[in-house]
Design a protein around this ligand. Structure first.
Ligand SMILES: *[C@@H]1O[C@H](CO)[C@@H](O)[C@H](O)[C@H]1NC(C)=O
Ligand SMILES: *[C@@H]1O[C@H](CO)[C@@H](O)[C@H](O)[C@H]1NC(C)=O
Ligand SMILES: *[C@@H]1O[C@H](CO)[C@@H](O)[C@H](O)[C@H]1NC(C)=O
Ligand SMILES: *[C@@H]1O[C@H](CO)[C@@H](O)[C@H](O)[C@H]1NC(C)=O
Ligand SMILES: *[C@@H]1O[C@H](CO)[C@@H](O)[C@H](O)[C@H]1NC(C)=O
Length: 365
């Protein structure tokens, strides 16, 4: 074993010397392995999606880096614990225990095992591993069929749905009274009924952010305002666990007296927030800086939100009223009578006939 190890290391050094410019560890010199968020050993494959690594890139200097989907942390190929139908595939590939090199810049060659039922190593596939400081790169072999895939992330569950996709979040309609500039001691609005979810906060269709510096008591339409503690995430940060502060201080001073767990994600042009209901009242999340306490009263009810809708509804009501007036007028003027007359006429004729018949009967007299 040490012989192959040494050979691989020398080989790597040789590569480094020959093409001093090319270092697989540098950004741009390796690929990102797709579907990384579903390769965890605690991620069961679903009925309709299963990963297959039949078409991974192979050959000289074809290295893969594996990054989690929800966070930016690098993932290691699983060692020893993969079960069938996990790692987002049917037949998972994993490494023997202790396969990863510990020395920086070292390349090792290992055989990954395919798990099929009780058979822990039905097939083997050669994998090269290179340690690049805090992460590893992998030179993979193509499995013989589908669905067979490499496992990354021991005990990692499947990725959560991406909150930057519209279907995975709600819109938080932000009214003026949520802003840090709304300071009205009579307002005691509360987020204790807020549904726990990812939210994209918007005010009149424009993205707004949670207040990110200390907010004093009696702001944001409530007594105890809530604001974001710490720096907003960048795009590369993915989903970040953060704290939101509640200003409780009766002194009027601005302080972080209580912390609430939230998550924040940068979706490039806007931020989304995973919020849950506040632990007590009156506490409320602050969004936006400019806004008056009494604007956008109907903001939380989208039906009445747009003025164009109010105009349409009023117009419809006027038309219905006009129709009722016309109908009333028609009934009053007996405009429907001719129809009734047509129905009555035959009976009059009948009566005439009967009279005629009667005459006939009487005539012979
Ligand atoms: C990666 O593996 C392939 C075989 O699939 C091999 O030919 C190639 O030399 C390896 N690449 C490096 C950089 O070691
Ligand atoms: C893997 O090796 C470590 C020690 O290096 C040991 O503690 C652990 O139990 C091993 N795991 C398995 C599944 O063999
Ligand atoms: C994964 O879970 C197993 C069993 O619960 C445990 O023995 C192992 O240490 C865990 N591995 C990691 C990397 O957390
Ligand atoms: C998201 O992060 C990028 C940097 O990665 C930054 O330029 C941008 O302003 C951030 N977006 C928001 C809405 O803060
Ligand atoms: C939102 O964050 C809470 C913790 O703050 C977490 O328990 C929950 O799973 C997250 N929700 C989603 C949809 O990610």
């Amino acid at each position: 074993m040490w012989r192959t190890h040494l050979f691989a290391t020398l080989n790597f050094l040789l590569i480094l010397r020959k093409g001093a410019a090319f270092n697989p560890c540098d950004d741009g010199n390796h690929f990102l392995l797709p579907n990384a968020g579903w390769r965890g050993t605690a991620c069961k494959r679903t009925r309709d999606t299963s990963i297959c690594d039949r078409y991974v890139e192979t050959g000289a200097n074809k290295w893969y880096k594996v990054l989690g989907h929800d966070d930016k942390s690098p993932r290691k190929m699983a060692e020893e614990i993969a079960e069938m139908f996990h790692c987002g595939t049917d037949y998972p590939l994993y490494l023997p225990n202790g396969s990863h090199p510990t020395l920086d810049g070292t390349i090792v060659t290992r055989n990954a095992c395919m798990r099929v039922g009780a058979d822990k190593c039905k097939e083997q596939y050669a994998v090269q591993i290179l340690k690049c400081g805090t992460f590893f790169l992998y030179n993979l072999s193509r499995p013989n069929s589908c669905d067979i895939a490499y496992c990354f992330g021991e005990n990692e569950t499947c990725s959560k749905p991406d909150p930057c996709e519209e279907k995975n979040r709600l819109t938080l309609l932000v009214s003026g009274d949520r802003s840090t500039s709304c300071k009205d001691q009579s307002l005691k609005l509360c987020d204790s009924v807020l549904r726990s979810s990812w939210y994209r906060p918007m005010k009149n269709s424009i993205d707004v952010k949670m207040a990110s510096s200390c907010v004093e008591r009696y702001s944001c339409g409530t007594e105890e305002p809530i604001w974001l503690k710490g720096a907003e995430p960048t795009l590369a940060d993915k989903t970040v666990d953060m704290k939101a502060c509640v200003t409780v201080a009766k002194s009027g001073a601005c302080s972080c007296d209580m912390e609430i767990d939230i998550q924040v994600r940068n979706c490039s042009s806007y931020l989304v927030y995973n919020l849950s209901s506040t632990p007590s009242c009156p506490q409320r999340y602050c969004f936006g800086q400019k806004g008056q306490c009494h604007e956008n009263v109907y903001d939380s009810n989208s039906m009445w939100k747009e003025p164009s809708k109010i105009v349409l509804i009023s117009l419809a009501m006027v038309i219905v009223l006009a129709l009722l007036v016309i109908l009333g007028f028609m009934i009053h003027k007996n405009i429907f009578r001719p129809v009734v007359k047509v129905n009555v006429q035959p009976s009059i004729k009948e009566k005439d006939n009967r009279d005629a018949n009667l005459d006939d009967i009487i005539k012979p007299k």
